[in-house]
Ligand binder design. Structure first.
Ligand code: GLN
Length: 177
């Protein structure tokens, strides 16, 4: 059962993408939701400043932080990546918000994700990873910039697999137990 942080952003697309792969999910919108029993977590894209404000105000932070530190598989996309690195601080990478200039704020490429193969990657006002600390596996780069990493069971990516029909990356994440 996957819990999806659903205070803002594209959580519905994650729900739909997981449902296509037969994975049940529920929306985390309150402290009670965050304290439920679940074994995987998705942090979706959206607006990281809004998300972290709401997570704090709704009292969701501690329960999620505990779950992540306990080692459940996490998939953090775009704004979720920023939260995982800068707010929950469980992913030791340095993230740069809005790393692509206004001209190329949103774009789409097919590129290699290590262990998964070539996949479509949709970037929307995306961050990039400027620095990955020891122990962090770099899984993808686009134009020399790091766009995907894995650290234990946490996957942090700058793009949005839930918006593409290709399911390889989500299947890979679901295979992490
Ligand atoms: N630019 C957003 C932020 O900084 C992230 C964009 C996204 O999640 N697609 O939070």
């Amino acid at each position: 059962m996957t819990g999806i942080l659903s205070v803002q952003g594209d959580f519905l697309e994650h729900e739909a993408a997981l449902a296509r792969l037969g994975e049940e999910s529920f929306e985390i919108r309150s402290k009670e939701d965050a304290e439920r029993d679940f074994d995987r977590l998705v942090l979706p894209g959206g607006e990281s400043t809004v998300q972290r404000k709401l997570v704090g105000e709704l009292g969701i932070y501690d329960a999620l932080q505990r779950k992540i530190e306990a080692g459940i598989p996490v998939l953090a996309t775009c704004a979720g990546l920023i939260l995982l690195a800068d707010y929950f601080r469980t992913l030791p990478v340095k993230v740069k918000r809005n790393a692509y200039g206004r001209q190329s704020a949103s774009f789409h490429v097919d590129s290699e994700f290590s262990g998964v193969g070539s996949i479509p990657m949709t970037f929307i006002r995306a961050p990039c990873i400027e620095l990955a600390e020891n122990g962090v596996e770099v899984k993808s780069r686009v134009d020399g910039r790091i766009t995907g990493v894995q650290f234990g069971k946490q996957i942090g990516i700058a793009f949005h697999p839930e918006l593409d029909s290709d399911t390889k990356l989500l299947s890979y994440w679901l295979s992490i137990k």
